[in-house]
Design a binder for this molecule. Sequence first.
Ligand SMILES: Nc1nc2c(ncn2[C@@H]2O[C@H](COP(=O)(O)OP(=O)(O)OP(=O)(O)O)[C@@H](O)[C@H]2O)c(=O)[nH]1
Ligand SMILES: [Mg+2]
Length: 459
Amino acid sequence: MKALDDLLARRIYLGVTGLSRAGKTVFVTSLIHNLLRADTRAEECPLRGLDVFDEDRLIGGSLRHDANATVPEFPYRKALQAITGESPQWPEPTRGISRIRIDLRFRRSDGGLTGQAATRLGLTTGTLQLEIVDYPGEWLVDLPMLGMEFEDWSAAMLAQAERGIRAELSRDWLAFVRQRPPGAPHDEEWAEQASALYAEYLRACSERHLRNLQPGRFLHPADLRGASVLRFCPLPDLTGRGEPGSLHATFRAKFHDYQEKVVRAFYRKHFAGLDRQVVLVDALSALNDGQEAFEDQSEALAAILQSFRHGKYSLLGWLMGRRISKVLFAATKADHVIRGDRLHLENLTRRMLHVLDENNTIKTSADTHVQAIAAIRATKDTRRADNGREILIGRRPDDPHEFPLEPGAIPLDFPPDWAALDYRFWDFQPDPAPSWQHSGFPTLRMPEVLNFLIGEDLK
Ligand SMILES: Nc1nc2c(ncn2[C@@H]2O[C@H](COP(=O)(O)OP(=O)(O)OP(=O)(O)O)[C@@H](O)[C@H]2O)c(=O)[nH]1
Ligand SMILES: [Mg+2]
């Protein structure tokens, strides 16, 4: 029976992505920890609301280490240790792609096709092998590059570099590339300097919370650090396609290599194998960052959305293999807003996606859902004694004590009315609650997230 049980075990690949600092590491850590710690006898289990758990069918989860994996393992223990250690901290930023697998044993329900078929065979239990892949949303921002020639891309990047706060950040790189005409003979040392200055400019943008940055690998090179495929950048004043041997022609060829060996290779090797996808959207930090950063992050999100378009007009039309059947857009860090505003956060995110997805193509491509969540809840809800207004209690980075804090209100419109905006993002720190290590993390709506993504597979 065990062999048959294994044969019927389903493997689901769940992609977790989002732009830098969106909350990917915290999300995966919370999901794994809470599944490992599931205890139906506990009065307050954070999985309450997850169907397989509420129906008392979840037997337990266990981590599986894959000795042959070619992708680094997700740093679960390290992240857990940081959050639940003696002086709790959020986990460190992570780089590149990582994966982790948890096997979930469950009792089959009478509903669901697999469940019925398996029960008929006398199999009352099943296993879901959940393989989680965490990768930077910045890599998806590269997708529109596939539809462009080097010359058009250069012109677009140059125009962008001259706008708003970018003008100041791009000064050194622009001054450098303008010194030499694109028709000049190629020189590897010059190319290295130009691309290094361009990468520095992108990093400076990223520090100012701009996120619509291409090529994404300049920021998260992962295994391509120092590789010559990254030794190019946009060039000014391009005409024609460049004489052979010129800077122009060489950069054009590198751009083409980047399209094929980096962007397409990522989609083919990793993205094509995903069954489900979570896109974490940190609309709150974006609001806090102000209009320019917010608009820039929205453009990055619009580029990301293109990855979920199927069909004739999609840039991924060539991509074969399985298709992502469910996409969840999760507005993260919902514990940063008062209870009455969480629905507003969800609505703002929904409107934002709706506006960005001009042709409604993602809606018609996969089953999509928008939800405001907190993977780890670092605040408590309460009311002010004097006027009864809802407020939050939480910890700031500079003080270990709890404080009542008022984050202000979430705007109802997208784009927001910037003149009227009164929202403040406090950098709440994790609670040193000892129970977190044993009973799991308190969350907002994580059980619903799991119901949407894998509920059917646990029937
Ligand atoms: N209060 C609260 N803060 C969160 C939550 N998730 C993430 N954060 C905050 O967001 C920061 C970034 O979270 P990470 O999970 O490291 O984000 P990431 O997307 O993995 O970031 P990179 O690895 O840099 O790409 C954390 O350091 C926390 O400050 C949450 O559920 N609640
Ligand atoms: Mg991370």
